[in-house]
Write a protein that binds this ligand. Structure first.
Ligand code: NDP
Ligand code: HEM
Length: 482
């Protein structure tokens, strides 16, 4: 006998054979009583859970964040106190492609962090850009449908994408980022992450602030050109998963600084941009970034399915000291993520090790499919039986006053709100000559796909001319549109 373990069924019963099904004689038909075979086939048929409806392709790693500065005047959240170390899991992803799609596609990259804090899990489910394509969750599924596949022929269709974007001018800032070479990062290690939304911070005295998170790569920004990205997509579609995994294996642990922009609570009302509009940044001249710590990724998952595929992030995981803002996109996402996890992974997804908090759970939620750790009695609150009780004092300070009519409306305009002013600042003040040339080339390559109609191309030119005359002219020339 070798030292190898005996193979078993999932019930731990020794398997009679790894090779041969039970048959009537060597050449006869198979028997239904071969439950080893039946279990193997039936389980295989259930190996896949649905892939994420967006951000399906990705990879992740564990790490730790350390806070180096005192920001207790802004937040009492335990994970942001000076000297604090908090374990985390970070998943990177592309947005539009399916599970087997190429890592180097032109797309924003997901940058989702789960912090295992002393007050339970805090998730910052961000991207590698500080902004987004739309500002109202009403449009999210329509936007995603335009990025996915046609109903008739199941093909991606650049005409759908430009049709949606040009009819949604609030997308211009995010599409500008996407069409620079930052739309094709070299690796996940070479890009920034952003919380993107505005969040609420409140301190122990109940004072409130608005905050934006910026995670700045310490590896430096590096991007691929359009041609490089397409070449890698053809030869190594898993390029980014491979890069992160092998970097960690060789001890080259990637790191990011943790920066914040902090706005006094009252300043939001008349700031020159609506600070809750996800298509806008807060210019640094108004609110400089403050570095408060850094995090490092130092450990690979050992089982991709269990730890990466079944990880579930939710913007609604907010811990005492942080809260939601009135950003309508964030408000929509507070509902959407736990809802999709209950469907995709199952009602008890939070019991899986990657999703489970590192602190005891004393919840009154019970039962459901696959629940293995269940609370005992009492099963209800309030009770007089020594069951867990809520501690509202932990949340003291998160409350604030709002009033208004119930409406369906665009955001109220602030002094400089305009869909093109910030992408114009990017073009005029931030991009180099080479960046601009690549941006024009990338737009032209994308909008030159054969399915893009002449009518759409005209709107594409108009869209970019609204950002900047030179950009519009460059795109018009490239597309051959007057
Ligand atoms: P700043 O000059 O202070 O900041 C410019 C920002 O752009 C920096 O964060 C820079 O950071 C980033 N950046 C540099 N090159 C690129 C690029 N090719 N693509 C995207 N971002 C780039 O100006 P403002 O704060 O006034 O912002 C001006 C414009 O810069 C904004 O309208 C927005 O388009 C863009 N931007 C602003 C950010 C903000 O939070 N204020 C964040 C990111 C972009 P780095 O080089 O480290 O990425
Ligand atoms: C994933 C919905 C906007 C970042 C997802 C998923 C859904 C979703 C349903 C799949 C989750 C899963 O199956 O595990 C929405 C809705 C949005 C929105 C309804 C707007 C109303 C955004 C924005 C960002 C973002 C603005 C970034 C700032 C992500 C990331 C993931 C994700 C990073 C992948 C998380 C992971 O790695 O598991 N989104 N999304 N989304 N979304 Fe959004």
């Amino acid at each position: 006998m070798s030292n190898r373990p005996t193979s078993t069924t999932d019930s731990g019963i020794p398997a009679p054979s790894d090779e041969f099904s039970l048959s009537v004689g060597p050449n006869g038909p198979l028997l239904l009583q071969d439950h080893y075979l039946i279990q193997k086939m039936a389980h295989f048929n259930r190996e896949r859970v649905p892939e994420r409806v967006v951000h399906a392709k990705g990879g992740g790693a564990y790490g730790v964040m350390r806070i180096t500065e005192d920001v207790s005047q802004y937040t009492k959240a335990d994970l942001f106190q000076k000297g604090k170390e908090t374990e985390l899991f970070l998943r990177f992803s592309t947005v539009a492609g399916e599970l087997g799609s190429a890592d180097t596609a032109r797309d924003p990259r997901g940058f989702a962090i789960k912090f295992y804090t002393e007050h339970g899990n805090y998730d910052i489910v961000g991207n590698n850009t500080p902004i987004f394509f739309i500002r109202d969750p009403q449009k999210f599924s329509d936007f995603i449908h335009s990025q996915k596949r046609r109903a008739d022929n199941h093909l991606h269709d650049n005409n759908m994408q430009w049709d949606f974007w040009t009819l949604s001018p609030e997308s211009a800032h995010q599409v500008s980022f996407l069409m620079t070479d930052r739309g094709t990062p070299k690796t996940w290690r070479n890009m920034h992450g952003f919380g993107s939304h505005t969040f609420l911070w409140y301190n122990a005295a109940g004072e409130k602030f608005w905050v934006k998170y910026h995670f700045k790569t310490e590896q430096g920004i590096e991007n691929l050109t359009d041609a490089e990205a397409k070449a890698i997509a053809a030869t190594d579609p898993d390029h980014h998963i491979r890069d992160l995994h092998t970097a960690i294996v060789r001890g080259d642990h990637p790191s990011w600084t943790v920066n914040v922009q902090i706005m006094p609570f009252e300043a939001a009302a008349d700031y020159r941009f609506n600070p809750f509009d996800l298509t806008k940044v807060w210019p640094h001249v108004d609110y400089p970034e403050i570095t408060i710590g850094r995090f490092t990724l130092n450990r690979n998952p050992v089982n991709y399915f269990a730890e990466v595929e079944q990880s579930g992030f939710e913007p609604s995981n907010l811990v005492p000291g942080v809260g939601a803002s009135p950003d309508k996109m964030l408000q929509g996402r507070l509902f959407s993520y736990p809802d999709t996890h209950r469907y995709r992974i199952g009602a008890n997804y939070q019991q899986l090790p990657v999703n489970a908090p590192k602190v005891p759970v004393h919840s009154y939620n019970r039962d459901g499919s696959m629940r293995f750790a269940n609370g005992g009695d009492p099963v209800y609150a309030p009770n007089s039986l020594n069951g867990p009780v809520a501690d509202p004092s932990l949340y003291a300070g998160e409350d604030y006053h709002l009033t208004g009519d119930i409406v369906r409306s665009a955001y109220s305009r602030h002094a400089e709100d305009d869909d093109y002013v910030q992408p114009r600042a990017l073009w005029e003040n931030v991009l180099s000559g080479t960046d601009r040339a690549h941006m024009v080339g990338n737009i032209v390559a994308h909008a030159s796909a054969p399915e893009v109609t002449t009518d759409t191309k005209k709107r594409v030119v108009e869209y970019w001319a609204n950002v900047h005359k030179d950009l519009g002219e460059g795109v018009a020339k490239g597309l051959g549109v007057a």
